[in-house]
Structures are given as C-alpha cells and as structure tokens.
Design a protein. Structure first.
Length: 211
C-alpha cells in the first residue's frame, strides 16, 4: 500500500509560501533605541532590515554625507516648507502634519534599475534634541513607505529630505551584509495560487493512495 504523501507535500508548500510572503520590507528605527544622549530617532517603513543606519548632530552641510557611502550620488534634495511635495529629482514625499513630524516617500523603479543601494536621508531642525540628521537604507525594490520623527512632542520638524544612490544595479546585490537575488518578489496573489496548487496536489495523491 502506498504511503500517504499529503502531509509532507502540503506542509512543505505552506512553509515555502509563508517564508516567501514574509520576506518583505521592514520598519526600521534609527537609532535603534533612545538613550540619555540620543533623544530622537526616525521610524522608516520600506527600509532594509539590518541595513545601514547613520545619525549625527547638526545638518549634513549640503551633500557632505559620511565617508562610508563614498562614492555616492545625490539623486535628489528638497527643502521642507510650504511647498512640500514633488522634489526636483525622483523622490516624491508628503508631510502629514503641520509640524512636519511625519509623512510618506515614493520613488521610481528606474532608480533600482540604476543603483545597487538607495538611502533616504532626513534632516530635522536643530535645538530640540539629538540626533538631527539621519540616513536609512531602503529595502531593495521598495517604492514607497513612511517616515516619522519620534517622539512627536518635540519642536523643529523636517527641514531637508534626500535620496542617495550608491553602486550599480546588477542581477544580484549585497545589502546589509547579505547577498540576495535582485529579482522582484512574487505577488501575494501568485503565491497564494501556488499554495492552493500544492494543497490540491496533496489531496489528489491522498485520494489515489486509498484506491
């Protein structure tokens, strides 16, 4: 008599489905926690889990970013104010609050086709705590997300927002110390269909084993 193969196939299929669907962009806090000397942090969604996080007191002074990013390309810079919205380059951002503590960011896939790594940099007004400036690595192929300065009860909101590119896009890339495929992840609907297909195959084999 044939062994029942439904359970291994179905479980393996569901595990593969769950693993792939859970591989998504992360919510990152930079710095990771507040301390007596670090009283402010940014929260960025669409960021790379375990990716580059940089912060400092004061402004970047133009495009004077950390040497660790060299060589880099300043894709876009915009000044927050009454005209928040479309930047001159490829970064679109919004400010959700009148005090400029939170908003959204969006960029074009063209930048992932050009650069290996992309970073969102934000500078907030000085004088209400440290740090004032932050750089967060974006998740590969992420096209939109949110940003926020925490805690939200401080003065001096967003002053500048930047999009930085580094490296040349290839079929594979190294981000956050891990090498990963550069292919776009399957959509949730495609993965769901795959999971149902594997379940159906398991049921079919189970019925066949009873004959």
């Amino acid at each position: 008599m044939r062994k029942k193969t439904f359970a291994p196939i179905a479980v393996a299929g569901l595990l593969m489905l769950g693993f792939t669907m859970n591989a998504s962009a992360a919510t990152v806090y930079c710095p990771g926690e507040l301390t007596p000397s670090l009283t402010r942090q940014v929260k960025v969604t669409g960021a790379m889990a375990g990716g580059y996080c940089y912060y400092q007191a004061g402004n970047f002074q133009g495009d004077n970013f950390p040497a660790a990013l060299d060589p880099y390309t300043l894709i876009d810079k915009d000044i927050a104010g009454s005209g928040e919205g479309q930047s001159e380059g490829g970064l679109f951002y919004t400010v959700d609050t009148s005090d400029r503590f939170s908003g959204t960011w969006t960029l074009s896939q063209n930048y992932w086709n050009t650069f290996e790594t992309l970073y969102l940099a934000l500078h907030f007004g000085n004088g209400s705590g440290d740090p004032d400036s932050f750089i967060v690595q974006l998740d590969q192929n992420a096209l939109t997300g949110t940003w926020a300065l925490l805690p939200t009860n401080l003065a001096n909101g967003l002053s500048n927002i930047y999009l930085i590119g580094r490296g040349t896009a290839t079929s594979t890339s190294t981000s956050g110390g891990n090498t990963s495929s550069g292919t776009v992840p399957e959509s949730a609907s495609t993965l769901t269909l795959l999971g149902f297909g594997l379940l159906g195959l398991g049921f079919a084999r189970r019925r066949a084993s009873k004959r």
